[in-house]
Structures are given as C-alpha cells and as structure tokens.
Ligand binder design. Structure first.
Ligand SMILES: NC(=O)C1=CN([C@@H]2O[C@H](COP(=O)(O)OP(=O)(O)OC[C@H]3O[C@@H](n4cnc5c(N)ncnc54)[C@H](O)[C@@H]3O)[C@@H](O)[C@H]2O)C=CC1
Ligand SMILES: CC(=O)C(=O)O
Length: 313
C-alpha cells in the first residue's frame, strides 16, 4: 500500500527510511515545498531498499499522493534549543493551512498521521481543517515518550524494552504524564518486578527516569539540532498498525469530546489502531495524582489552542 509523507526534512525522511527498511509499504511518496529536497531524500532512501525490501520510494507533487492509504504530515518548523513545542503553534498552523487542502483534494478519504509539533494541537488543527472524522486523524502523540519510558525502565531492570508495558499520557510535551501506577514488566507491576530483581525503583530512580523522558527532546536538540530516529520508527510503527489492521494498543493523540472534564481536546491515551484508524480509546486505571496531572495536561492544551479559528469544511 502507498504511504505519503508531506515534509521531507529530518522527521519525514526518518519515517520514510524506517518504513522502507521494514518493507511496510509498497510505495512511499515524499512531497515538500522544497521539491529538490524531496527528490534527494527519495533517491537516497531508494538506494537502501535493495538491501532489505522492494518498496518504491519517490517524490512528486501532491497529485502523486493519489491512493495513499496514509499520509504522514511532518511539514513545519521544529524547536530551536530551549524552545518548547507549544511555542511552534502559530507557525505550524500556517503550514497546515497551506498543506491540508492540497492533500485532501487528492486523497479525500486517507488517514492523516500528524507528527508536526505541538503534535496534539496540530492533530486538532488537522481534524478541523480536513473535516475528516477524528478517528482518521491520528497524532503520533506520546508514542515516542512511551518508547523513551519503556527504554529507561528496561535499562534499569536489565530486561528487553519489549517486555515493559508502560505508557506516557496527555500532552506530547512538558505536561505529559508518566503512568507509573499501571506500568508492567512481564506480567508484574513494574515496582514488584524491580524489587524481585533487586533493583528497586527508588524516588531518585523515578525522578531520573521522569527527567530522561520529559526532557529528552531538549537534550537531543541541544546536542544535534533535532530529533528524528525515534519518531521516525514510531511513525512507521503506527503506519504498520494501520496498513496491516493490527489493532495494536499505542499511545497516540486524537481529538476527543471530553477528557477529565475538559471538552474538545486532543491528547494521548492508549488507543487501538487498525485499518480504519483509531478503533477505540481506552482510559487506563490511574492513581489520583496521575488523574490530576492528566486533567492539568488537558487544560494546558485547551488553553494554548484557544483562539484558533477554523472555517468549516
Ligand atoms: N511528534 C513528534 O514526536 C516529533 C515531532 N517533531 C516535529 O516534526 C516537525 C518537522 O521536524 P523536522 O523534520 O526536524 O523539520 P525540518 O525542518 O527538517 O523539515 C520540515 C520540512 O517541512 C517542509 N515544509 C515547511 N512548510 C511546508 C509547506 N507549506 N509545504 C510543504 N512542506 C513544507 C520544509 O521544506 C522542510 O523540508 C517539527 O514540527 C518538529 O517539532 C520532531 C520530532 C518528534
Ligand atoms: C522534538 C520532539 O517532539 C521530541 O523529540 O519529542
């Protein structure tokens, strides 16, 4: 199946590379206002393909998106060192206003997969600008934060990250909520497992993991200007769940009627993802502090997105 990627910069190209390496799509098409960049990324990635898959990778104008089952939106500006994701909002809304009509004119029934930051509010923006049902406009949300969380827990416990089941909820950003209370290692609560392994999760370890997750992007951007391998793999994971109708449970973002008393807000919860997009949203059992933090995160997003005005499609 064909996957479109609008925005052929670091994130878009990393997603395209991950998809091509996994042979997850039969065809990948890059579109970018910088057509030379899109063509160069497609050509470069296509040279990796003969080693592992048969994916056709090319670049083109929006018309080349025709029949794409999923279109990844990775166009827009990223954070400068020290800048928050929320500070990007107005600049990236302007980009989506320029892009979404052109995409929808070619693939009106596609699934949009939003990566551009601030990804939760941009998911709401893409939903409103496109007029698509919310379950067909998926934000990568905290899929990357959950991977960071699982990675750091697994390193502490000295087990494989795939054996850790743990989610980050709420905003993909500063107010995100690490759901410690229902994190599992194998079939045990992560704290019980840690005790059994003689590697208890002390307050210091918990604080270090929280910092490792919450501030990862700031550190990486300080060091190399942008983050892209992690989100590239995360986007490929979501695309696989859609194309293969896998019904995976992933922490992704979607515009919701109501979360913790906040109406019409997009944020991440664990959700079942399959061929129709988001099939169901799940509210995990959280402790009181986590529920408060989730409500705060929802309010932060709602307040930052207030004032954006959209024409109805
Ligand atoms: N959701 C997540 O977990 C993550 C999201 N991001 C976000 O992804 C976005 C892209 O980041 P990078 O790829 O590093 O940036 P980049 O600057 O490398 O690439 C952005 C691309 O968008 C293109 N673009 C801009 N306006 C356009 C328009 N109107 N039409 C078509 N193309 C347009 C640019 O030409 C450029 O090639 C940023 O908003 C960044 O914050 C980055 C990392 C993780
Ligand atoms: C940049 C960004 O959103 C991240 O790496 O989490």
């Amino acid at each position: 199946m064909k996957v479109g990627i609008v925005g052929a910069g670091m994130v878009g190209s990393a997603a395209g590379y991950a998809l091509a390496m996994q042979g997850a799509a039969s065809e990948i098409v890059f579109c970018d206002r910088n057509a030379d960049l899109a063509a160069a990324q497609a050509e470069d990635i296509s040279h990796a393909v003969p080693f592992v898959s048969a994916t056709v990778v090319r670049a083109g104008p929006y018309q080349a998106l025709r029949d794409a089952a999923v279109v990844i939106l990775a166009a827009g500006v990223g954070q400068k060192p020290g800048e928050s994701r929320l500070e990007l909002l107005e600049r990236n809304v302007a980009v989506f206003r320029a892009v979404i009509d052109d995409v929808l004119a070619v693939v009106p029934d596609t699934i949009l997969l939003v990566a551009t930051n601030p990804v939760d509010i941009m998911t709401e923006v893409a939903t409103r600008l496109s007029g698509l049902p919310p379950e067909r406009v998926i934000g990568s949300g905290t899929i990357l934060d959950s991977a960071r969380f699982r990675s750091l827990i697994s390193r502490h416990l000295d087990i494989a990250p795939q054996s850790v089941h743990a989610y980050v909820l709420g905003e993909h950003g500063d107010s995100e909520v690490l759901a410690w209370s229902n994190a599992q290692a194998g079939s045990s609560p992560v704290t019980d497992f840690a005790e059994q392994m003689g590697r208890p999760i002390t307050a210091e370890i918990r604080a270090a993991i929280d910092d490792g997750v919450r501030n990862a992007a700031y550190r990486i951007i300080q060091g190399k200007g942008a983050t892209y391998y992690g989100i590239g793999a995360g986007l490929a994971r979501i695309v696989r769940a859609i194309l293969n109708d896998q019904r995976d449970i992933l922490s992704v973002s979607m515009l919701m009627e109501e979360v913790q008393g906040v109406g019409q807000v997009a944020l991440s919860l664990p959700r079942i993802v399959g061929r129709r997009g988001i099939v169901a949203s799940l509210m995990p059992t959280l402790d009181a502090d986590e529920l408060d933090a989730l409500a705060r995160s929802a309010r932060t997003l709602k307040e930052r997105g207030a004032g954006l005005v959209f024409d109805k499609r």
